[in-house]
Write a protein that binds this ligand. Structure first.
Ligand code: UDP
Length: 194
């Protein structure tokens, strides 16, 4: 697929269906893949913090929203093929992937997480939520949480702790996370619970 460089980030140029295809293929082949969906806030944070940019560059990057399109317009005179904001992409993924998934939800406050878990279970009964944990744990609990996730071997780990926190968590803990695909999903659980 084509890519567009926004600062030091290489963002894939994919339509929604192709992004879903990439995730489907990673899961069916057991290929560990980490995905960050970059909005204006992600891009600005990465621009100001090279360490975060380095973290993001270890992931597969997708574009989210008008900020990414504006940057593509100014820097390259083009735009991304489709807006891949997570609140649309993840429900579409769960709807269209065509494989029953084992999903782990990590992030958000306990009440929002519980509501999101119930909402996903109800809307997407083909998939199974194998576990969940809220996103307000201390760094000393991180190893235990990674071990819990790994024991469940989810196909899909959705991490909803905002950026840069969610991407740092994914990349720092990747060696200890036995999940096939991870995606940083920002405020998705609040959105689904609302
Ligand atoms: N969040 C979390 N742990 C934290 C900070 C935030 O789980 O330490 C959750 C927060 O509850 C919300 C989500 O991260 O559900 C996204 O937060 P925010 O709106 O700040 O992120 P953005 O969508 O702008 O990336």
């Amino acid at each position: 697929a084509g890519r567009l460089a926004i600062g030091s980030l290489d963002i894939l140029c994919l339509k929604r269906e192709a992004a879903i295809g990439l995730i489907r293929s990673a899961i069916s082949r057991g290929l560990k893949t980490d995905i960050a969906i970059c909005n204006a806030h992600t891009l600005v944070t990465a621009f100001e913090d090279p360490d975060y940019a380095q973290t993001l560059n270890k992931m597969v990057l997708l574009n989210d929203g008008i900020g990414a399109d504006l940057a593509a317009r100014f820097l390259h005179g083009t735009r991304f093929p489709e807006n891949l904001n997570g609140t649309d992409l993840i429900p579409a993924l769960l709807e269209e992937i065509g494989l029953p998934l084992r999903i782990y939800l990590l992030g958000a406050a306990p009440a929002a997480l519980a509501e999101a878990r119930a909402a996903i279970g109800e809307r997407f009964p083909d998939h199974r939520i194998v576990g969940s944990c809220d996103g307000y744990f201390s760094s000393t609990e991180s190893d235990r949480i990674c071990a819990e996730i790994s024991a469940l071997r989810p196909d899909l780990l959705l991490v909803a702790m905002g950026n840069p926190k969610q991407e740092r968590f994914i990349v720092q803990n990747r060696p200890f996370l036995d999940a096939t695909v991870t995606i940083g999903v920002g405020a998705l659980f609040d959105f689904l619970s609302g």
